[in-house]
Design a protein around this ligand. Sequence first.
Ligand SMILES: Nc1ncnc2c1ncn2[C@@H]1O[C@H](COP(=O)(O)OP(=O)(O)OP(=O)(O)O)[C@@H](O)[C@H]1O
Length: 349
Amino acid sequence: MLTLDKVSLAYQDKQVLNEISLTLEEGEIACLLGPSGCGKTTLLRAIAGFKSLQSGEIKSSQHLLSSANHTLPTEKRNIGMVFQDFALFPHLSIGQNICFGIRHQKKAEKQARLNELLELVGLQGYANRYPHELSGGQQQRIALARAMAPRPRLLLLDEPFSSMDVELRGTLAKEIRSILKHENITTVMVTHDQHEAFSMADKIGVLNDGHLLQWDDARMLYHYPKTAFVARFVGRSNFLEGTITEQGVETAMGVLSTTAAESFSSGDKVKVLVRPEYVQLSVSSAIQAELVSRQFRGGYYMYTLQLSSGEQLQVLLSSLAKHQLGESVGIVLSTDRLSLFPSDSCATT
Ligand SMILES: Nc1ncnc2c1ncn2[C@@H]1O[C@H](COP(=O)(O)OP(=O)(O)OP(=O)(O)O)[C@@H](O)[C@H]1O
């Protein structure tokens, strides 16, 4: 439905987007994730038609929206937008706000759509109120309803929950996902919060320095990151030093057998990604580690384990049992597919 093909964009002489390609199917929700200044908002603005491309193409269902010498005006793109400050019109009622984009339609049609949207966002009976009479979360749901009223083909959300507290963000993310799915609206959302991206998105794009490093679903991104940067940026990660051998990869946790080793040559130095929940205790394991710190996290403790090599691992274990600091424990890795990266992987790719 939405296709970006090698989209590049520069501000004056500063390259901000580099050959970004991605595809989003109809009704899918995508989140753009990445550190501050990586180009998320610029990419959203390019999709909206606020920025012209240096090269590449943006298409919606085969219709060309943008290329180097063509930028279809924003108002002709059939898109809805919700931004950080969601600015509802303060002097208009909630009903008038929602109907703003469909104000030229017949009265009965407008009323029907208004009722439908108010029900969808769970705010029936609020049509005659004014924005200042609503909470932040309610205002954000109205902003979403306003953007959806004209039934846009594509919805763009720029950090829509950034002004909310953590708990409300979580609830709204879940609610808004179900509203978008109900309306089958293809959506691209910018966020810097990975948990929000995990709970909202069908596809997540991780950007750094204007490059799209990976475009994948949340599970693939977490367990099979394509680069060390993505591994570090998404979730908590430990990296074990390893050397490729005929049998797999030799580490302080023994020789680990993994198909990922096939992309390297014997003798290559690598980093092995070990997520905190990949490590389990095993009394029969010959690999011993010392518990050097412990943090209570509710259902889990985050332990720091020190291996005989001196390397440390952050490990998540159930808090039903409590292990003592200084204790020596046997450990095993509970995953059979590991991600390996060249040991000279730089910090940005
Ligand atoms: N109008 C502008 N003129 C020149 N440079 C700009 C302009 N807008 C953004 N930039 C630069 O482009 C780069 C990408 O900015 P962008 O706002 O897209 O990043 P972002 O990932 O959305 O960041 P944040 O998470 O902080 O909002 C940054 O280096 C920024 O300084």
